[in-house]
Design a protein around this ligand. Structure first.
Ligand code: AP5
Length: 228
């Protein structure tokens, strides 16, 4: 099926408002499609998104979509996209929206039979959040819940510097790059929380404590959302 209006939106030829005016049947409505369950795991660098995602996808049978992992795969394969992304990632900056939105679009297309997705590290800007809603709406899906891991900056720095000793991640070993990632999170990503608060989909979860305790809190929030 062709979606010419989506193509125009992707090419920045029409605004999100015009998109919804032209495609009025693609509307945002609460839980219309009970079979799918889509979760966003949200939080600053080092808050435990990756750690908890591994457990959650296994527990709920979701497809894990981590833009950080997808980008690191591109870098490992030395693709042109990976080489472009590396320049941003090494400095603790965000990779341009169109690159990550395109990657998510392809991944959704690739997993057409999925019964739900866990988005980890995406969306990270308001534009990414709006694009995700549209990409899901085109597939008659929506985000069900956004779980935000809350961890103090002191603890985050400790975790990332510790991981940097063995992970080989260029953005973990230098404290100034880690601080840059936090500042980008505050300026560009934290406001995304308001987008989902307005949609009544946002739930904060304490991200400090044992991995098991945090997993239990996440599970409780998901189970309640699934039952509602
Ligand atoms: P990304 O890979 O998404 O990294 P991040 O958000 O910075 O998060 P991390 O992977 O560092 O941490 P995490 O929250 O997953 O925590 P983890 O479980 O690993 O992004 C990297 C870069 O890619 C970005 O800076 C950007 O350049 C680019 N990018 C990615 N997505 C993008 C997008 N959408 N748009 C634009 N650019 C994008 O845990 C961290 C450490 O803590 C681990 O060592 C872990 O073992 C430990 N730990 C976990 N839980 C606990 C706990 N409860 N107690 C103690 N230690 C714990």
């Amino acid at each position: 099926m062709q979606f010419p209006v989506l193509e125009k939106f992707k090419a920045n030829l029409i605004s999100i408002e015009d998109f919804f005016k032209i495609e009025p049947y693609i509307c945002y409505s609460p839980r219309p499609y009970a079979l799918m369950f889509n979760v966003i795991l949200f939080g600053p660098p080092g808050s435990g998104k990756g750690t908890q995602s591994e457990r959650l996808v296994e527990k709920y049978g979701l497809i894990h979509l981590s833009t950080g992992n997808l980008l690191r795969e591109e870098i490992a394969n030395k693709t042109p996209l990976g080489m472009e992304a590396k320049n941003f990632m090494d400095k603790g900056q965000l990779v341009p929206d169109e690159v990550v939105i395109g990657m998510i679009d392809s991944a959704l297309e690739h997993h057409k039979d999925a019964t739900g997705f866990l988005f980890d590290g995406f969306p990270r800007t308001a534009a990414q959040a709006q694009a995700l809603d549209k990409l899901l709406a085109l597939r008659k899906e929506e985000i069900n819940i956004v779980l935000a891991l809350e961890v103090t900056e002191e603890e985050l720095v400790k975790r990332l510097l510790h991981r940097g000793k063995t992970s080989g991640r260029s953005d973990d070993s230098d404290e100034s790059v880690i601080r840059k990632r936090f500042s980008v999170y505050s300026s560009d990503t934290a406001p995304v929380a308001d987008y989902y608060k307005k949609a009544h989909k946002f739930k904060a979860i304490k991200g400090e404590g044992s991995v098991d305790e945090i997993f239990a809190a996440l599970r409780q929030a998901i189970d309640m959302s699934m039952a509602s």
